[in-house]
Design a protein around this ligand. Sequence first.
Ligand SMILES: NC(=O)c1ccc[n+]([C@@H]2O[C@H](COP(=O)([O-])OP(=O)(O)OC[C@H]3O[C@@H](n4cnc5c(N)ncnc54)[C@H](OP(=O)(O)O)[C@@H]3O)[C@@H](O)[C@H]2O)c1
Length: 252
Amino acid sequence: MTGRVAGRVALVTGASSGLGKRFAQVLAAEGAKVIVAARRKDRLDELVKELGANAIAVQCDVTDEAQVIAMFDAAEAKFGLVDTVINNAGMTHANNAVTQDIAEFRKIMDLNVTSVWCVAREAARRLIKAGPEASHRGRIVNIASMAGRIVIPHVTAYNTSKAACAHLTRSLAREWARHGINVNALSPGYVATELTEEWLNGEGGAKTIGKSPRRRVMDENSLDEALLFLCSDQSKFVTGTDVLVDDAQSMG
Ligand SMILES: NC(=O)c1ccc[n+]([C@@H]2O[C@H](COP(=O)([O-])OP(=O)(O)OC[C@H]3O[C@@H](n4cnc5c(N)ncnc54)[C@H](OP(=O)(O)O)[C@@H]3O)[C@@H](O)[C@H]2O)c1
């Protein structure tokens, strides 16, 4: 540990499993105070037990604006102003466009796009209000996907939501550039987590791994360095980018 994010107050959404849990562990290990958020509070409490006194759990459905505001209030009451946000909560789906109903399409867009906007907006409002010294520390990392750049078959809503997430990132980066808040996307390729486990272990996963240039998927540690860079002072001049960490999968 080298304390690359020491002194930061970092909020991680979707921290009850998979990548979000890993991001929280990495940020805590590198010195940040961490707020872990999701709907499954029991899982968050387990994680906080592991992380210790520099972490708190906040139950939050990020698609609910009032809960998002309350989450920031709770974070601020415990650790002070949130200067680092990992907008990680997200979901995919099993339906093709022709079999999908509009409610599911809307649900994907609501979580993968609207809630990313809502959480980022709340962070930026508070940072800007706190003044330039605070806002220049602002780091917002939106977890998009290589699916925002290439078409992954049969997940049209997911692909669309992740492309929107990446462009939302650029737009917010432009809007908040003068305040010093950096907004970047981090786009993973396939990572073995709860979200992808079932599919990766099936026929579809085997085919995809077979086509990928390196014939493998990444694991949860694969994004650690990119995440830390985007959250740290070292990325001062980096905003509006979409960092692709996909082990060449999108070129398969
Ligand atoms: N795994 C991959 O291969 C991969 C590749 C590219 C991009 N990604 C992206 O990485 C992110 C994390 O994926 P993952 O693989 O770690 O998936 P995961 O294990 O299913 O985690 C998703 C997280 O989102 C949370 N969540 C879902 N709905 C929520 C809501 N309404 N409010 C608050 N939290 C909510 C879940 O917690 P609760 O159910 O407790 O709320 C869970 O912690 C997603 O944005 C995903 O699209 C993943």
